[in-house]
Design a protein around this ligand. Structure first.
Ligand SMILES: *Cc1c(COP(=O)(O)O)cnc(C)c1O
Length: 419
């Protein structure tokens, strides 16, 4: 029998074992863990909606109307009035003809890529794409090629040479560990020119970017029949689940073929109703997006003079690039002692030499919260001391875009992949 305990011991010995912390009560800018309050800069609840009373009330009312479970796959009898309504609202919100709900973003990406491609087809991935996109390409059995981060010119070279019957370009719209944006308009133009589909993963843009929070496509003013937008509903939207939106025919095809849609129980109707309520709050509460912009400016100002720099990010994800793994971990530890929770992200989650604190902002943070964080970081910098991180942002030379990457190698470069 395989000795998993030995493998676990090895992980622990290399400081790679993950632990969970048990959070009491609702999500918010302050989290209660082990009878202590922590100021949280670690959540993706960017707009502070995960425990919004109006959204909670919608969930409770829908529980009364629909009960708790959906009881069957959407294609059998699990697709409720609440789901149907949410899909129509999502399509209108994103500005594409039709939308289809999934139980999670991970499942959506696996299902969409598997429906659109198979053996003989090619998937082109940005080097920093999310793990679920990489897994989707791998599971689909398609060939896949990695292009350097946000490098449309390199992508065009490989697209132009590709003879596959179906070509799919996939990218995060907002990169999850950097907060920077993909050049969506440029990518869509390339896809139109080379007869490829573009799957945009807008997990971190929906609710945050664009007029009324309509996401990265609206932010870029982009409409193209080649674009499929995937968005998640558990981050800024504050609930759970995900959706694919696009041209009506392609969404129908995904509904007919995505295995993670067909072979799973529909997510509870009460969550669909809560999501509908959340979309209304998102469109209405412009102040939440304005607050994020103000907070990001305050953070930048407050961190001035530190030996580390924030990477440029127009979103709620504000990574402080520290460089050295041990320094990043020590900083996280120091902040935690001060009652502040910021995750240190080290390789292989991010490229070597770019260990960082991934500071994520919420519209419910106050200027006083930010001051606590920036004061704590200045104190920590004095105590820990560190050489300035002068690693350039261009650290993407590992991937050769002109050759297919063996799946294992890509996975090992990725954030959430096992080491
Ligand atoms: C979180 C995330 C997902 C997965 O979404 P879930 O709903 O959490 O499963 C997919 N893509 C990106 C870029 C993400 O950040």
């Amino acid at each position: 029998m395989h000795d998993f305990q030995q493998e676990l011991d090895q992980l622990a010995a290399q400081s790679l074992a993950r632990t969970r912390r048990v959070v009491a009560g609702a999500q918010g800018p302050v989290l209660r863990v082990d009878d202590r309050d922590y100021l949280s800069f670690c959540s993706n609840d960017y707009l502070g909606l995960a425990s919004h009373p109006e959204i909670v009330a919608a969930a409770v009312a829908a529980a009364g109307e629909y009960g708790v479970g959906a009881a069957a796959s959407a294609l059998i009898s699990g697709h409720s009035v609440a789901h149907e309504q949410l899909e129509q609202e999502l399509a209108a919100f994103i500005g594409l003809p039709r939308a289809l709900c999934f139980s999670s973003g991970y499942m959506a990406n696996i299902g969409i890529i598997g429906a659109l491609t198979g053996p003989g087809d090619t998937v082109f991935l940005d080097r920093l794409s999310h793990a679920s996109l990489i897994d989707g390409a791998r599971l689909a059995g398609a060939e896949f090629r990695v292009f350097p981060h946000n490098d449309a010119a390199r992508l065009e070279q490989v697209l132009a040479r590709c003879k596959s019957p179906r070509k799919l370009v996939v990218t995060d719209a907002v990169f999850s560990m950097d907060g920077d944006l993909a050049p969506l308009a440029e990518l869509a133009t390339l896809c139109e020119r080379h007869d490829a589909w573009l799957l945009v993963d807008d997990a971190h843009g929906v609710g945050v970017l664009g007029p009324q929070g309509r996401g990265s496509l609206a932010h870029a003013g982009l409409t193209s029949p080649h674009v499929i937008c995937m968005g998640t509903l558990g981050k800024a939207v504050g609930v759970a689940g995900a959706f694919a939106a696009g041209d009506a025919t392609i969404i129908e095809w995904i509904m007919q073929r995505a295995r993670t849609y067909m072979f799973t129980t529909a997510h509870p109707p009460l969550l669909a109703a809560a999501t509908s309520a959340s979309l209304r709050v998102i469109a209405r509460d412009q102040w939440r997006r304005e607050r994020l912009v103000e907070l990001a400016a305050l953070l930048r100002e407050g961190l001035h003079g530190l030996p580390w720099h924030l990477s440029p990010s127009p979103t709620a994800i504000q990574p402080l690039i520290v460089g050295d793994n041990a320094v990043a971990r020590a900083l996280m530890q120091r902040l935690r002692e001060d009652g502040i929770w910021v995750p240190a992200i080290c390789p292989p989650t991010v490229p070597k030499g770019t260990a960082r604190l991934r500071i994520s902002l919420s519209a419910l943070h106050t200027p006083a919260h930010l001051e606590r964080l920036t004061d704590a970081l200045h104190n920590a910098a004095r105590d820990i001391g560190a050489a300035p991180s002068n690693i350039a942002n261009d650290h993407f030379s590992l991937a050769r875009p002109d050759r297919a990457q063996p799946a294992q190698r890509v996975a090992s470069l990725h954030p959430d992949a096992p080491p």
